[in-house]
Ligand binder design. Structure first.
Ligand SMILES: Cc1cc2nc3c(=O)[nH]c(=O)nc-3n(C[C@H](O)[C@H](O)[C@H](O)COP(=O)(O)OP(=O)(O)OC[C@H]3O[C@@H](n4cnc5c(N)ncnc54)[C@H](O)[C@@H]3O)c2cc1C
Length: 369
């Protein structure tokens, strides 16, 4: 059982996709130093934007990251005071091989020693998280290049130099890497001048973004089986899973997680905190012979739809790979895309795919003079 239910095209070789397309989609980009010497502005400091900055730094290229919120990380955010291990409010599982860490770090002189545990077919961090990984290995290289509280409102790429405007400042760049959630582009929060071409706009418009919600409940007693995971939604328009959130953690607490995206997340995103507590406890009481409510200690929730600069969970697992590929295509050798939604039509909506897409975007820039 996996959070994703299936691997996207790299895992389902042969389903109507030409072999060459599969091979190009599944290969990892290598960064080859090129002649590009200009300035790059990256919009968004999530896994995609941070990786893009990190790869540029490795190549000695001038860049800046503009982030609308006051913290880095986007959907890899964690809570550090609820439990004796970091609670992943967004990305939790490593949905690929653990060799991905050295691939993201992209520097054989840096040795990473990250403890993980199998949660087949994925992996989980042990008292660690995706956020901790970025905080340890990626953010230190780019921290002084991030400007927070800088919501980009417009990008004018008509002239030689690109003009990027926030409410109170204009930035100039030779290339822009767009790394905001797809929902932000869908909502038209950033005014691109000229507007994106029709095929790009069609791809943005037709992509379905699932709602996203997580909750963590602590109980005084463990009334459930160790490492349980129960999928209680069986359709292609979302997922809903209750699970032992302490799997693999060296924790003294009893914590159940709720992960839900898509249609079933709709049952949670519009409720107040007190009714969420009631709804979730009632559901757990139904699953565990009324043992949840009497053992309840505390809870936290994370409603991704309410985050002003995220506004949802992630693109549907069932998106069409050709549409996904279209989302990632650069425009006029000036605007590039990096992030969970802007992949090469391989896997999408994971942290590792966000980083890989950043590598692909930077690789494309490096090839230019
Ligand atoms: C509930 C949930 C569970 C998930 N579980 C997993 C998992 O287990 N494993 C996994 O690998 N992945 C998981 N994911 C997916 C993963 O979190 C994302 O694919 C990845 O973190 C996306 O990174 P990103 O950089 O594309 O976008 P984000 O992390 O969303 O970063 C985008 C950044 O852009 C900023 N921004 C937005 N608008 C502007 C603007 N106008 N100007 C400047 N900045 C702006 C935002 O503030 C944000 O910081 C999950 C996601 C959710 C929501």
């Amino acid at each position: 059982m996996t959070r994703k239910e299936f691997l996207k095209i790299c895992g389902i070789l042969g389903i109507g996709i030409p072999a060459q397309e599969i091979l190009s989609a599944c290969k990892t980009e290598e960064l080859i130093p090129g002649n590009f010497k200009g300035k790059v502005v990256i919009i968004g400091a999530g896994a995609g934007g941070l990786s893009a900055g990190y790869f540029l730094k490795q190549q000695g290229i001038d860049f800046e990251i503009l982030e609308a919120s006051i913290i880095p990380g986007g959907r890899i955010r964690i809570n550090t005071d609820f439990a004796d291990f970091p609670i992943p409010l967004g990305a939790e599982w490593i949905e690929t091989k653990t060799s991905i860490f050295s691939e993201i770090v992209n520097d054989s002189s840096v040795k990473s020693d990250i403890k993980t545990v199998s949660d087949s077919p994925d992996y989980k961090f042990v008292n660690y998280s995706w956020y901790n990984f970025f905080d340890d290995y990626i953010i230190p290289s780019v921290a002084d290049k991030i400007t927070y509280n800088s919501q980009v409102k417009s990008v004018d790429y008509t002239g030689e130099q690109i003009s990027i405007k926030t409410i109170n400042k204009e930035y100039k760049a030779d290339k822009v890497v767009v790394s905001v959630p797809l929902k932000i582009l869908k909502a038209g929060d950033i005014n691109f001048i000229p507007a994106f071409p029709k095929d790009k706009l069609d791809a943005i418009k037709s992509s379905e973004i699932w709602d996203g919600f997580k909750a963590f409940f602590e109980f005084s007693e463990q009334f459930y089986e160790d490492e349980f995971e129960t999928n209680i939604y069986d359709a292609n328009d979302g997922q809903k899973i209750y699970y032992d959130a302490t799997l693999g953690q060296q924790s003294s607490q009893n914590i159940i997680g709720l992960f839900t995206v898509g249609k079933p997340a709709g049952d949670f995103i519009s409720h107040s905190e007190s009714s969420l507590k009631e709804i979730i406890l009632k559901e757990l009481d139904g699953m565990f012979s009324n043992k949840a409510t009497p053992n309840y200690k505390k809870h936290i929730t994370q409603n991704w739809n309410k985050e002003p600069f995220i506004r949802g969970g992630y693109m549907s697992d069932y998106a069409d790979w050709k549409t996904v590929k279209k989302l990632s295509e650069s425009l006029r050798d000036k605007i590039y895309f990096a992030g969970g939604a802007y992949t090469d039509g391989e896997d999408w909506v994971s942290v590792h795919t966000a980083s890989r897409s950043a590598k692909a975007a930077i690789s494309e820039i490096l090839k230019l003079s």
